[in-house]
Design a protein around this ligand. Sequence first.
Ligand SMILES: CC(C)(COP(=O)(O)OP(=O)(O)OC[C@H]1O[C@@H](n2cnc3c(N)ncnc32)[C@H](O)[C@@H]1OP(=O)(O)O)[C@@H](O)C(=O)NCCC(=O)NCCS
Length: 172
Amino acid sequence: MDMFIRDATEADLPAIVDIYNQSIPAGWSTADTQPITVADRLDWFRKFDPARRPIWVAEVDGQIAATAYLSSFYGGRAAYDATAEVSLYIATAFQRRGIGRQFKQWVIAECPRLGVTTLLSMHFDHNEATRRINESLGFQPLGHLTEIALVQGTKRGLVISALRIPPKPETP
Ligand SMILES: CC(C)(COP(=O)(O)OP(=O)(O)OC[C@H]1O[C@@H](n2cnc3c(N)ncnc32)[C@H](O)[C@@H]1OP(=O)(O)O)[C@@H](O)C(=O)NCCC(=O)NCCS
């Protein structure tokens, strides 16, 4: 499999929105219950910063197959500057091919450059694929907020996991 990860551009937004919307019907990935639109997400997209809080896309065989991005934690208060949350979405047709694990591993490798030393992953407690990926990459589950979401009529909990990443060594 030929995978190429790069910073997303605004031209990628329709594909990003489409991939995100594909995850809604399954009911185990996102707390959104209705599809989002490109217009909904334009301001959101423009706030990403490739030097600090990037959004990436992964192209597989020339097609945009996945997106991942980092968000600041807790409204971006300064004390949390070195903490970011990772979000990862693989298009349905490309799932279960190892792309999710490989993409998250790549995001982790980018963290020192971005000044991120604590990477958070928040996922529903019935999201088995994310649980498996996180466990294999060394994330530690730190919290479980039980029954805080209502998804398709069922109460679901949120697991918060963290990976500690050594900072980039200072250059003399
Ligand atoms: C969760 C997600 C990122 C996983 O990506 P993926 O490329 O399909 O996962 P991988 O192929 O790397 O598989 C990782 C592991 O999860 C398992 N897995 C994948 N999909 C699964 C599913 N639907 N149910 C159970 N296990 C699953 C794989 O078998 C593999 O297991 P292993 O540890 O034994 O090897 C992807 O399914 C997705 O984008 N889902 C919708 C959005 C989402 O949930 N994002 C995370 C919250 S931000």
